[in-house]
Design a protein around this ligand. Sequence first.
Ligand SMILES: Cc1cc2nc3c(=O)[nH]c(=O)nc-3n(C[C@H](O)[C@H](O)[C@H](O)COP(=O)(O)OP(=O)(O)OC[C@H]3O[C@@H](n4cnc5c(N)ncnc54)[C@H](O)[C@@H]3O)c2cc1C
Length: 374
Amino acid sequence: MKTADIVVVGGGVIGCFAAYELAKAGASVVVVERGRVGAEATGASAGMLTPLNAAEEGEPTPLFDFYWASLQMFPPIVAELEETTGIRLEFAVSGALRLSQSEEEEQLRREQFEAWRQNLPAKISWLDAQEAHALEPALGPAVRGGVLSHEEATINPTRLVHALARAATRWGAQVMEDCMVTGVRHIHQRLTAVTTTAGDIATPHVVIAAGAWSRFCGEWLGVSLPITPVRGQMFSVRHLACPLTRAVFSYNGGLFPKMDGTVQVGATVEMVGFDKSVTPEGIASLMGLIPALVPCLQQGHIEQMWAGLRPWCEDGAPIIGALPEWQGVTVAAGHFRQGLLASPATAKAVKSIIVDGRSDPMVETFSPARFAHG
Ligand SMILES: Cc1cc2nc3c(=O)[nH]c(=O)nc-3n(C[C@H](O)[C@H](O)[C@H](O)COP(=O)(O)OP(=O)(O)OC[C@H]3O[C@@H](n4cnc5c(N)ncnc54)[C@H](O)[C@@H]3O)c2cc1C
């Protein structure tokens, strides 16, 4: 029988990042992925690293602090991964512009700006309409003032997840694709093996990183992991030259310039179960963003449309931590709209729990224990 110190269920960004950190720390790790690495929510992601989206109320929360800490981890880890794998991750600290399109929205943005300026560590500036147009000349004439953040960033999600999988294998991890974990074996809630469609893997430890499907892993263990899929549709447009230099957000969505010259437009937020269809209704709602925000893109051509399933946990926070009443089960799932952003901090927390035997204070509020008695 195959053996491993740790089996990771799921080859998305969360599972691959955890595998990388665990393998680098000396553990023998097997990642089991039902399909292809990064082909689910991770591959559908816009790759925005924008923690301010989690501070809508203007106050720092444990979730914002976690995302903010995670953002700071990117520059060294990107350098490390690019050097190890030779894969360019298209990481750029290009900032983001959150705009208003009416007097009422401008007032709301101003209030948000004041609250962020007073309460958050982020470097931000207020731009009036003229300054916003000077910075991004392709913005539509009706666009008004907004908040410019200087430290938010972007990355190519598919390249990141493939670099992580490759770097993890350099540290000795094994990645099994087209293989599904179907359950666990245990003696009195102490893990002994996982069962897969390619046979059992003997292991004392499993990491549940199965994204929107993590609820089913909870069923093997008799615990509640209240995670459901939330569909996000997106499309990309190519125009003569990329008309934007940074991400722009309205209250209804965002336009994200990419290094391949396209602009991605997204994303819908839909509770439709495990349905990854791209729908006329969803795409039409996103197209509505273009005329007011960046009108010249109406003359571009649509290159691709896609959808993915975000893992949403019922209280809005991810589930990260050791499962109470079990020995050898750690959960890292439910990152909803910020899984790329949260991936380095999540992986470090998982490594700290399993390898160092201590809980990371940053993730204590995200422990699965909060659902233990519900
Ligand atoms: C349209 C869209 C835009 C987004 N934009 C952003 C963004 O800009 N920034 C950001 O930070 N986040 C963004 N997100 C969210 C982000 O993509 C997710 O939070 C993140 O990818 C979750 O990663 P994951 O590894 O948990 O899940 P996934 O990437 O879904 O990976 C889970 C994997 O587990 C596998 N799996 C499930 N069950 C089993 C099993 N039993 N055995 C083996 N394998 C199994 C699945 O096949 C899957 O590959 C976006 C998401 C969408 C859909």
